[in-house]
Structures are given as structure tokens and as C-alpha cells.
Write a protein that binds this ligand. Structure first.
Ligand SMILES: C[S@@+](CC[C@H](N)C(=O)[O-])C[C@H]1O[C@@H](n2cnc3c(N)ncnc32)[C@H](O)[C@@H]1O
Length: 251
């Protein structure tokens, strides 16, 4: 399932940008980039899990210098093949531990990790390390931004640990929850035209906003904003996702 490219190998990279997911809608991308460009405040941005450049490329096109970290050469190759893709620096590695050389250009004013990708870090230690790594790349006054789902535990039926989220003639998908470890492994079964099944599984770790705040605090960061999304609507008890911004204090 997972190889040197992690869970985003050539097969996933090839179809990634054709996803019907709302995150790919031009107005959603534009709103995301509006917020990130403002938070970058004229400085450099570092994207954890840059992928095919869905956000990095339009952000760079606004004049924000962007550098990315990603495990997947296949995803990064897609970004490179797009207009402007050559201008974005990339370090291949794990964003929880990879250090970008800042000798020439100095630290970043913004680090960001969007589209639930913090959940790709499948245990708490890795998520904690990711916050420490973001903080280590930020200049004083800089921000770390995370966009992620609020854990959907209310969807787990009593006495069960499996929640289906796609059921159709072409396949089905479901999450298996472990509420002790916060593991939420997604299993995808696709039915091919000849009636055979193809299965793949990806481990995720769901994480609460309050737990992220503690990880930020451990890294020396403090919460500046928590919104319901890129519209900057207030985060409420009904919010299903959040965009959170932690800052590195100047003192
Ligand atoms: C859901 S995609 C998001 C890509 C891009 N940020 C976007 O919003 O479209 C997740 C990306 O994070 C990368 N990734 C996942 N876990 C990673 C890790 N621990 N270190 C580096 N990259 C990782 C994957 O290879 C993939 O490119």
C-alpha cells in the first residue's frame, strides 16, 4: 500500500487533480490563497505536504515565495509539470522531521498544512514533532496554519467502530475507528468494470482542536485565530472543520 512515495504514489498522483472534492473548486482555492497570502505578510511560505501544488502554485503566483516539503516524488513531479512549478523549491522528506536550509533566505513568515494532511501523521508523536518542526522554521511573529476536520465521532453507531462514507455501484469506502489510539483507518474498495474489487487502506489519526492547541503550546506557539473555514466564519460547536492559526511570539 505504502511505498517510498508514502500513500501518494504514481497511481494516486495521476488522478489527484481530477478529484470531485470541493477543495479543488476555484473559488475555494482562491479563498484559501487569500487567507494564506495575507498571513504571509510579504514573507516566505512553507507548505507541509505540498503535493501537486493545488495551493502552492496560486500562492506563488500572488508573489509569495513558497517552499514545500513532501514525501511523494510522484505528487511533486505533477506540480513540476505545471506552469510556475519550477519556481517552487521542494525538499523531499517527512514534514514532521525534515529541515529546510534557511541559510540564504532566512526563516519563513508562514508555515501551513491544509486539507486534513495533519491526519496523515498516524501517531501523536509524529503530530507533536510536526508542530515543533513548523515552529523551528518560523520567524518571530510568523504563523502556522492547519486546516483539518473536527473528529466525526458522533457518526459512530453505538457498539460499533465502522462508519461507511461512500456506498455506490462503483465501490464503497469506510473508516474503522480506534477511540483509544485515535486511529481512523480508511478502507477504499473500488469495483472494476469486470466486476473485480481493488482495495486500498490509508491510516489516519484524528485529532481534536484542543489537542492541537497543546501541541502548539509544546512548540512555543499560541493560538491567534480559529475559524470554521477559509471564509473566517467563527468556529462553533457545529463546525465540522477548522482553520487554526498559531503564532510564534516575538518575545
Ligand atoms: C491530501 S494531499 C494534500 C496536498 C496539497 N497540500 C493539497 O492541499 O492539495 C497530502 C500530501 O501530503 C503528503 N504527505 C503525507 N504525509 C506526509 C509526511 N509525513 N511527510 C511529507 N509529506 C507527506 C502526501 O505525499 C501528499 O502529497
Amino acid at each position: 500500500m505504502s511505498d517510498a512515495d508514502g500513500y501518494f504514489g504514481e497511481q494516486v498522483a495521476e488522478r489527484y487533480d481530477r478529484s470531485p472534492d470541493g477543495e479543488f473548486r476555484p473559488d475555494v482555492v482562491e479563498r484559501t490563497v487569500d487567507v494564506l497570502a495575507e498571513l504571509a505578510g510579504g514573507g516566505r511560505a512553507l507548505e507541509f505536504g505540498i503535493g501537486t501544488g493545488r495551493i502552492a502554485l496560486p500562492l506563488a503566483a500572488r508573489g509569495v515565495p513558497v517552499h514545500g516539503i513532501d514525501l511523494s516524488r510522484a505528487m511533486v513531479a505533477r506540480m513540476r509539470s505545471k506552469p510556475g512549478g519550477d519556481a517552487v523549491g521542494v525538499s523531499i522528506g517527512d514534514f514532521a522531521t525534515t529541515t529546510v536550509d534557511m541559510t540564504a533566505d532566512g526563516p519563513f513568515s508562514l508555515a501551513y498544512l491544509v486539507f486534513n494532511t495533519v491526519m496523515n501523521l498516524a501517531d501523536q508523536d509524529a503530530q507533536v514533532a510536526c508542530f515543533a518542526n513548523a515552529a523551528a522554521h518560523l520567524a518571530p511573529g510568523g504563523c502556522f496554519v492547519v486546516e483539518v476536520l473536527v473528529p466525526e465521532l458522533r457518526r459512530i453507531p453505538a457498539g460499533q467502530n465502522v462508519v461507511p462514507f461512500e456506498t455506490g455501484p462503483d465501490g464503497w469506502a469506510y473508516t474503522v475507528y480506534d477511540t483509544v489510539t485515535q486511529d481512523a483507518t480508511c478502507h477504499y474498495i473500488s469495483i472494476t468494470p469486470d466486476g473485480r474489487g481493488e482495495a486500498r487502506s490509508i491510516p489516519f489519526r484524528y485529532v481534536w482542536p484542543s489537542e492541537l492547541d497543546l501541541m502548539a503550546r509544546l512548540a512555543g506557539l499560541r493560538l491567534r485565530h480559529r475559524w470554521d473555514g477559509w471564509t473566517r466564519a467563527p468556529f462553533t460547536e457545529d463546525s465540522r472543520q477548522h482553520v487554526s492559526v498559531w503564532e510564534k511570539p516575538r518575545d
